[in-house]
Design a protein around this ligand. Structure first.
Ligand code: UDP
Ligand code: MG
Length: 140
């Protein structure tokens, strides 16, 4: 298995409830390393660009409003098979379907306020990492 990098976002519902450390502990326990991290508040335009792939979905407007409503923590996670491993640690999009022990099962409030984002493919991981980080901001 290859060492990969993936883009993670700790979403507003989680930063608001002071869960950044608890969520990072889950990543670290799974062997994922936080190799870049910053807290920021996205503009509405930034959120729209980041989620452009969901433009046609009915929840797009609400999702972009939510993601820009309060601070988030954007991070690069590194490890063996990091993209799939992160998705596993996150759990299913809808917390009602998320497996026990996953971040979304333990912390998510709803299908929208589901505490974390994670890239879904190697191609998107690269695009999403470049969206938030300069190469010199990532130190593995
Ligand atoms: N989302 C939503 N309603 C839905 C499906 C998704 O509000 O019915 C939100 C949710 O915050 C989710 C994000 O849109 O995390 C992106 O959806 P995606 O299907 O890519 O899920 P993910 O990759 O985050 O599991
Ligand atoms: Mg997705």
């Amino acid at each position: 298995m290859a060492v990969e990098r993936t883009l993670s976002i700790i979403k507003p519902d989680a930063t608001r409830r002071n869960l950044t450390g608890k969520i990072n502990a889950k990543f670290e326990a799974a062997g994922l390393r936080v190799v870049a991290q910053k807290r920021l508040q996205m503009t509405c335009e930034q959120a729209e660009k980041f989620y452009a792939v969901h433009e046609a979905r009915p929840f797009y407007g609400e999702l972009c409003a939510y993601m820009s409503s309060e601070p988030v923590v954007v991070q690069v996670l590194e490890g063996e098979n990091a993209i799939a491993k992160n998705r596993e640690v996150m759990g299913a999009t809808n917390p009602a379907n998320a497996a026990p022990g996953t971040i979304r099962k333990e912390f998510a409030l709803s299908v929208q306020e589901n505490s974390v984002h994670g890239s879904d493919s190697a191609e998107n991981a690269k695009i999403e990492i470049d969206f938030f980080f300069k190469p010199e901001e990532i130190v593995g």
